[in-house]
Design a protein around this ligand. Structure first.
Ligand code: ASP
Length: 541
């Protein structure tokens, strides 16, 4: 009984013993079965998510063979549990981003937040650009556009103007209405100007007219015949279509607006110190509550992921043919994503942090699988933050700031995919690409990825910016449309992994500032205030 008490397991006999020489309690090594059980229990959610992904593919493949084929309504029902997961995660995005950024930034002094912000932005830019360069090297050396069959166009593309898209990003950062940002965002649409029909040739016109006149004059023809003749002889050509930009609002959360507002709001709350303490406490509490809600949603995620994946597999049209045509393109993007996520990023992490990057990846595995299931880094954000804090022990003050901003603007996977896709299209269509154009692709792909929202297939939309920049027709995007949903899942996973590594690296590089804040600032009751600034207002402003 004594032993079991020492061992901490009340009421249970445990064969622990005391080493006579060292006088230490020595635990017998746990049995193999116990060890496996422990690992399983610790990683239960990850196992469930992997199982859900596999089952989703299996069930989807089995359902594809069912005759008659699933109709629209049945597909909708199949996706329903997945839709619920997406809704739950999306529902949490707004309170989570607002509360984490405000409470995170309010806890930092200006110097620390400035340093962390600078480090984070440098990390985002360097890694995104590295991903683009890697993608370009791979696509140029493999040349997927010269191999495989001819890809067919599917769907249609939108008319996009590069300058307007960049202006939209700034418009989204500074919204005109704070309430609206939860469900509307400004976008410039290219509205077609109605053109005037021009009559083709006067000759045809004249002959028609004269025929008509003669016919009428002779009164030998009926009115009907006259009308028929007119339509058959007169050819009209449309003038080239003209478009005018029109700034409107489209439905969807304006995440950039939410992030920008929360960053400034958080910094000011921090600077005001005691005066705005109520605000800080409020957002701290909101953050705690939201994270608790995340813990609940997390247990539903395997079910949602299963149905999301099964639905997608059943919905696929002609997968064999599509894969054959786009196989090399698919493999090039996958090779790039893999190399970036599992070689470049871990290497950067190891160089700066000197810790095992594989352990770090294992810690965020749950977020990676959720990204695979949801195709959305914003929807995965709650889980990314939870993994970083609970599994990888990243300082909350860092995750609160770096993860939400990362989920919004840091998209390594998307940047890599956009560069590969555009060059692949160029190779397939036989467009010659100069070095200058490749440099343009590398810069625009980086910016287009920053502009892409963390929602499914947002990268496909911003890729039009890259296509336009190098003068390719935007409808060429339809060549890769058929396979985009699948690549989207993998690039989202790498986007999330990039955000996670970013938080880990920034937390390490800013560790001294964080420690100083812990030491410096203490309330009278002896409890640290998690970095809350207690200097005077004058000092702060
Ligand atoms: N789905 C991606 C994400 O949420 C964006 C994209 O590349 O389409 O990160």
């Amino acid at each position: 009984m004594e032993d079991s008490k020492i061992n901490g397991e009340k009421g249970k006999f445990s064969p622990a013993f005391v080493d006579i020489q060292t006088a230490e309690v020595v635990e017998p090594p746990p049995s193999m079965g116990r060890r496996i059980l422990r690992i399983f229990r610790k990683n239960l959610l990850i196992f469930l998510l992997i199982l859900a992904l596999c089952l989703g593919v299996g069930i989807g493949a089995a359902l594809r063979t069912v005759e008659p084929k699933f109709d629209y309504r049945q597909l909708m029902y199949l996706k329903f549990p997945g839709d619920l997961l997406m809704n739950m995660l999306k529902m949490l995005i707004l309170p989570l981003i607002v509360s984490s950024l405000i409470s995170g930034l309010a806890s930092l002094d200006t110097r620390s937040s400035g340093k962390m912000g600078g480090l984070a932005v440098a990390y985002y830019l360097i890694t995104t650009f590295a991903a683009v360069v890697l993608g370009i090297i791979l696509v140029v050396s493999i040349g997927p556009g010269y191999k495989g069959g001819d890809a067919k166009r599917s769907g249609s593309s939108k008319i996009v103007n590069t300058a307007d898209t960049f202006l939209d990003l700034l418009r989204q950062c500074f919204p005109d209405n704070l309430i609206e940002i939860a469900f509307l965002k400004p976008v410039t649409e290219q509205k077609e100007i109605p053109y005037e029909e021009e009559t083709m040739t006067t000759a045809i016109m004249n002959s028609t007219m004269s025929t008509m006149t003669t016919a009428i004059m002779n009164s030998t023809m009926s009115t009907n015949t006259t009308t028929e003749m007119t339509t058959s002889n007169t050819t009209t050509t449309p003038a080239p279509k003209k478009y005018l930009p029109e700034v409107g609002k489209t439905s969807g959360m304006n995440v950039l607006g939410v992030v920008t507002f929360s960053i400034f709001f958080g910094i000011i709350v921090g600077r005001l110190g005691e005066k705005a303490k109520a605000m800080k406490d409020f957002f701290d509490a909101l953050n705690e509550v939201t994270m608790k809600l995340v813990s609940l949603v997390i247990w539903y995620s395997p079910i949602g992921v299963l149905f999301l994946v099964a639905h997608k597999v059943v919905e696929m049209e002609n997968p064999e043919q599509t894969f054959q045509q786009l196989l090399y393109y698919f493999l090039t993007v996958m090779a790039g994503l893999f190399a970036h996520g599992f070689i470049t990023l871990p290497l950067i992490y190891f160089i700066f942090v000197r810790k095992n990057p594989l352990k770090f990846i294992a810690g965020v595995a749950q977020a990676i699988f959720t990204a695979l299931g949801t195709s959305s880094s914003s929807a995965t954000l709650p889980i990314t933050m939870r993994c970083l804090e609970q599994n990888n022990g990243v300082d909350r003050r860092v995750t609160k700031f770096v993860a939400p901003v990362g989920a919004t603007i840091n998209m390594d996977g998307t940047a890599l995919y956009e560069a590969v896709a555009v060059i692949f299209i160029g190779q397939m269509q036989g467009y010659d690409l100069s070095i200058g154009q490749i440099i343009i692709i590398s810069i625009t792909a980086t910016t287009a990825a920053i502009g892409a929202a963390g929602v499914p297939q947002a990268g496909l939309v911003t890729m039009v910016i890259v296509l336009t920049a190098v003068g390719f027709p935007t409808e060429d995007v339809t060549l890769i449309l058929a396979i985009d949903w699948l690549l989207d899942r993998f690039r989202t996973a790498i986007n999330v992994l990039g955000d996670a590594f970013g938080a880990g690296i920034v937390a390490h590089l800013a560790r001294n500032e964080l420690k100083n804040m812990d030491n410096d600032i203490e309330f009278g009751d002896g409890q640290t205030n998690n970095g809350y600034i207690s200097s005077t207002l004058d000092e702060r402003l």
